[in-house]
Design a binder for this molecule. Structure first.
Ligand code: C2E
Ligand code: MG
Ligand code: MG
Ligand code: MG
Length: 281
């Protein structure tokens, strides 16, 4: 009956909330020990130039590696850490791991490639964030222009004045800035008038269909055109097929990231991927 099915939907809903709360509690009871045990590990996903098919950088993406065969994706813990504030410690652990690696690669004689890290909304309101970032790159002797800070489109929904100030200060130091997940929600076209961002990362929602419709391709091609006229490099996220890669290249998209080229990889695999195959020394 309708009544019966209604009740079971609600029960299901309660179950879901219960499971979520349980999961949240579990995450929170384990997170501090996990950080001390170095269970948070950084994966790297290459960024590819669509004209040359060469690697031009990579994005650092965190995972929670509980054991060899239990690796938890960020969507299952980052939102919880953003709520309880632990994101600060985890992110700075990620940033430090990345900068330490970059320094190590340079010491081994490799040419430095730009690496991007994800910035959480919580950092923007933290007074010391800009200074902390500056001190951290100085400690590892990393040129700021080798570091790209990815800020998701969603952050632009919050109070704009403090955000613009923080971004301008990061820019003044020399960090590169990108808008992440562009087109996944509220798009801040207006903000692009006030702020110089270096890279626009198109969300995979823009073209995840097998076949891109005429309307979609008009929007896509014009967003790319506009972004480039505003002086930004355009990168497409989530490129999974050859057809997508070729189509994006044909409408002027500069860079791509996605399973078609390479998945996010643990550091040793990434090192093999970029250094063993090339003669970059
Ligand atoms: P994001 O920054 O937009 O990262 C891109 C996501 O797309 C990654 O998911 C990546 O694994 C996935 N991806 C890459 N290529 C493809 C593809 O071809 N197809 C599909 N379907 N997906 C692809 P991941 O690693 O699970 O990360 C999810 C989100 O978690 C990230 O989205 C980012 O917002 C957040 N995140 C990851 N690492 C960190 C971190 O260290 N700090 C913070 N604050 N957030 C992070
Ligand atoms: Mg990102
Ligand atoms: Mg993204
Ligand atoms: Mg995304």
């Amino acid at each position: 009956s309708i009544k019966g099915s209604h009740r079971s939907i609600l029960a299901n809903y309660d179950d879901k909330i219960h499971r979520k709360v349980m999961q949240e509690k579990q995450v929170e009871s384990r997170m501090v020990a996990a950080l001390n045990n170095k269970e948070f590990v950084v994966y790297f996903q290459p960024k590819i130039d669509l004209r040359t098919n060469k690697i031009v950088g990579a994005e650092a993406l965190v995972r929670w590696k509980i054991s060899e065969d239990n690796v938890i994706p960020p969507n299952e813990f980052i939102p919880i850490f953003e709520k309880n504030g632990f994101i600060n410690q985890v992110d700075f652990y990620v940033y430090e791991s990345v900068f330490a690696k970059m320094r190590e690669w340079a010491r081994q004689g490799h040419k430095m490639i730009p690496i991007s890290v994800n910035i959480s909304r919580a950092h923007i309101s933290e007074k010391e964030f800009v200074t902390k970032m500056k001190n951290l790159i100085n400690r590892y002797n990393i040129p700021p222009e080798m570091v790209e800070l990815e800020i998701t489109e969603g952050i632009f929904l919050s109070d704009k004045a403090p955000l613009i100030e923080v971004l301008n200060n990061l820019k003044k130091i020399g960090f590169h800035l990108s808008i992440d997940d562009f087109g996944s929600g509220y798009s801040s076209l207006n903000l692009l008038r006030h702020l110089k961002m270096d890279v626009l990362k198109l969300d995979k929602d823009f073209f995840d269909q097998d076949k891109i419709s005429t309307k979609e391709s008009i929007v896509l091609a014009n967003v790319i055109k506009m972004s480039k006229e505003l002086g930004m490099v355009v990168l497409s996220e989530g490129v999974e097929t050859k057809e997508q890669a070729e189509y994006l290249a044909s409408i002027g998209c500069d860079l791509a990231q996605g399973y078609y080229f390479a998945r996010p990889m643990p550091v040793d695999e990434f090192e093999k991927f970029i250094y063993d195959l090339s003669n970059d020394r």
